[in-house]
Ligand binder design. Structure first.
Ligand code: GLN
Ligand code: ZN
Length: 759
């Protein structure tokens, strides 16, 4: 008999109940008990949702972040919040977000923990903080309480914890000490935790060690050996879980650790399964992740069975099956979707549907395919419908893709010749000023958008409201004396969704929310088919904005790599192919803008860096197609047309050559918070084109003063010739208020004038 289990369930709730409860609590609108009760209710519901599985995860629920939960379980709480006298839950929120519910009225907040991406997903965790002096102490109460709740409900509970090596791997030594040196202090706490869970009578504990899918040096590999030798126990069984990729060099290591079971991602690491079967000793369980926990597509169950049945015959009850990873990364329930068309809906599976797939597979393995004949037949029909649908396959898109050649991504002339022509045309002063695209999304804008969506406002009236906002932001920019203006993006809800909605090949869910961090969720659009652009998407808005001013107006687009990285994408073709299709569609928009007389066009690639694969050995391949996609999008224009790009970070050291290869005339990046330190990348690399290091930290309500901006720019000028520098904020201004933006930009423009005068 194959066993079914799940690694983790989305905790935010099908209707984002947790989000609203968290935010209500933070605002002081509800009590701690109410929040706790909602948590218990969600856990209960989610365990019910998973009923029928042989093992159900417990401890995957979190009021903010599972890594921060682990830090509290291990007693690794930052110094700055120790000695807090209030409620422990409030202290937890202080680390998570800098303040608790009760701090909101005063200025007694603390520095929030740093946040970073969980492996190659869009989930962000709170980074554990270490120093050479870090000590650990166990507080198992969260897990014990949740186990007690599960037990009372008769759930077959499998506690889930992050393993010790991955926990260290995820953290950061604030004093630059060697965090691995903390392992000997950490292991006794883990041993005690395992002991306490075992004492609760659980049979299995899932220990997540996804660090095993990354490139580990000998010290880190050795840490795994030492850790699991120390945690070896016969009181409870340990299932070591890996996911998101292949184990490669770490495969034999993982197979030989003294645990009772190993989970591997049998989609990303399918090629390693055979070897794992051979390497695992006969007393160990092999858990295979056969349902994709990272996408929203239905699994081809018949194909999985073809492959899985022989493995099942070899392993019998030693085979477990599960989703590849926690279902945290997918929305909860497809059946809530009322607006998706019926056909598309048959191609999709959200968390609940994925668990049904899992049960069908187990039934087919354990009881024979005939026992689930109807389900398998329905699945086959859906898979065939998707693979043959004319809505997915567009021959003219495929033909255009086949015609891509190197010339398509090349400008006519090299940067120096282009720069001369652009300068003759645009006549910009030294240290030209601009902004990144969006201006405040005011209450009027949001109201008009929601009224337009609900049909309360007709299209003409909606357009009038948006034009009024565009005109307003243009006039503000003229009054401020900015040099290259933007239209302000009033008409855009989201920089990816706005384009997805206008491209063929995209579908949108109503409730397809996925947690991004804390209470924040995103609803990635679903890229399901070949991408084409039925008509121009932005030209009318930009033309209107240009009609309001004699200054150059910058056209504003989202680039193909960012659209790709922030969407659920197809699993029936490589990501690169979807990216090239997006590139061709956005290229048409670039050319239409140019035809309409727009001479400065910005193509945002905010998410280019976050698409980098987990393993460095795969970076080149990604960067090659990502950069080529950008070049195809951008580089069909005449020399006189100035191409800008924008990125929301400046950690470029490791990819600066690829960034330069994009060949944008101007790149704007985020740098103000780091005091330009991050421009270090430019010490060893001679970036050839123009660059605008952000000088206004738009994530903070603070107004930068003129002198500070001048100083920042002077620092930049030490690394980059002044004639190639721009002056601009870190990112778009849509989350700020006009009252903040105006004085900040006034100071920015004044700083540019000072720089010109002293140049
Ligand atoms: N043009 C976008 C804006 O200004 C860029 C946003 C981003 O980089 N995330 O809002
Ligand atoms: Zn940005």
């Amino acid at each position: 008999m194959a066993t079914t289990h799940n690694l983790g369930f989305p905790r935010i709730g099908a209707k984002r109940e947790l989000k609203f409860a968290q935010e209500g609590y933070w605002k002081g609108q509800s009590s701690r008990d109410e929040l706790q009760a909602l948590g218990a209710q969600l856990r209960h519901r989610h365990w019910e949702n998973q009923a029928g599985l042989d093992q159900v995860p417990v401890g995957d629920f979190s009021f903010y972040d599972q890594v921060l939960d682990m830090s509290f379980t291990l007693g690794n709480v930052p110094e700055r919040v120790r000695g807090f006298e209030g409620d422990p839950l409030d202290n937890y929120f202080r680390v998570a977000r800098g303040r608790s519910a009760h701090d909101s009225a005063c200025s007694c907040g603390v520095q929030a923990g740093e946040m970073t991406k969980w492996f190659d997903t869009n989930y962000h965790y709170i980074v554990p903080e270490f120093s050479a002096a870090t000590e650990f102490s166990l507080d198992a109460s969260r897990l014990i309480d949740q186990l007690a709740q599960a037990r009372a409900l008769g759930i077959k509970a499998k506690p889930v914890v992050i393993g010790p090596v991955t926990y260290l791997w995820l953290g950061k030594a604030k004093d630059d000490s060697d965090k691995l040196a903390l392992l000997p202090r950490l292991l006794p706490v883990y041993a005690a935790l395992i002991e306490q869970l075992a004492a609760q009578g659980v049979e299995w504990i899932q220990i997540d060690e996804p660090a095993l899918v990354t490139e580990l040096d000998a010290n880190w590999q050795q840490a795994f050996v030492a850790a699991y030798a120390a945690l070896k126990t016969d009181k409870v069984k340990l299932l070591l879980a890996t996911y998101f990729g292949q184990l490669q060099d770490n495969l034999a290591l993982a197979c030989n650790l003294p645990v009772q079971g190993l989970h591997i991602d049998a989609i990303n690491a399918r090629a390693e399964v055979e070897q794992a079967v051979a390497l695992l000793s006969a007393d160990k369980v092999l858990s295979l992740g056969v349902i994709n926990g990272r996408n929203i597509w239905k699994t081809d169950l018949n194909a999985v069975l073809e492959w899985l049945e022989p493995i099942h015959r070899a392993l019998h009850s030693r085979l477990w099956i599960a989703p590849t990873c926690s279902l945290l990364h997918v929305p909860v329930d497809l059946t809530s979707e009322q607006k998706l068309d019926q056909e598309t809906k048959t191609w999709l599976a959200f968390a609940l549907q994925k668990l049904d797939e899992l049960k069908t597979l187990a039934q087919a393995l354990n009881g024979g395919r005939e026992s689930v004949q109807a389900a398998l037949a329905a699945n086959r029909t859906a898979i065939e419908s998707r693979s043959q649908s004319p809505r997915v396959h567009n021959p003219s898109v495929k033909a255009a893709l086949a015609k891509i050649d190197a010339a398509l991504g090349r400008r006519d002339s090299a940067y120096p010749q282009r720069a001369a022509k652009q300068s003759a045309l645009l006549k910009l002063p030294p240290y030209p000023t601009t902004t990144i695209g969006s201006f405040p999304q005011t209450a009027e804008i949001r109201q008009a958008r929601s009224q337009f969506k609900s049909g309360e406002l007709d299209e003409a009236s909606y357009t009038t409201v948006m034009q009024r906002e565009i005109a307003r932001s243009v006039h503000e920019q003229e009054a401020l004396g900015l040099d290259v203006l933007v239209h302000g993006e009033a008409e855009r809800n989201d920089m990816v969704e706005y384009f997805g909605e206008q491209l063929d090949g995209y579908a949108f869910s109503q409730f397809g929310w996925v947690q991004s961090y804390g209470s924040r969720c995103v609803k990635p659009p679903i890229l399901f088919g070949d991408i084409s652009r039925p008509k121009a998407m932005t030209v009318e808005w930009i033309k209107y904005a240009q009609s309001q001013t004699a200054k150059p107006m910058k056209g504003m687009l989202t680039g193909p790599v960012t659209i790709l990285n922030w969407s659920f994408v197809r699993d029936d073709q490589p990501r690169s192919v979807s990216c090239y299709q997006l590139a061709l569609a956005i290229r048409e928009e670039v050319l239409d803008l140019e035809k309409a007389g727009v001479r400065v066009i910005q193509i945002d690639e905010a998410a280019l860096r976050e698409g980098l694969p987990l393993r460095k050995s795969q970076w080149n391949d990604y960067l090659q197609w990502a950069v080529e996609s950008f070049r195809i999008t951008a580089n069909g224009v005449q020399d006189e047309t100035q191409i800008h790009t924008h990125m929301c970070y400046s950690e470029f050291n490791d990819i600066i050559a690829s960034i330069a290869d994009m060949d944008a005339d101007v790149i704007t990046i985020e740098t103000s918070r780091s005091d330009m330190e991050l421009l270090d990348a430019f010490d060893n690399f001679n970036y050839p084109n123009e660059i605008g290091p952000g000088v206004y930290d738009i994530h903070s309500p603070n107004i930068p003063d003129q002198e500070h901006i001048v100083q920042l720019m002077k620092k930049a000028a030490e690394r980059i010739p002044a004639e190639r520098l721009w002056v601009n904020p870190d990112c778009g201004l849509k989350t700020r208020a006009w009252e903040e933006v105006i004085p900040a930009l006034k100071n920015m423009v004044a700083a540019a004038q000072t720089l010109r005068a002293t140049a």
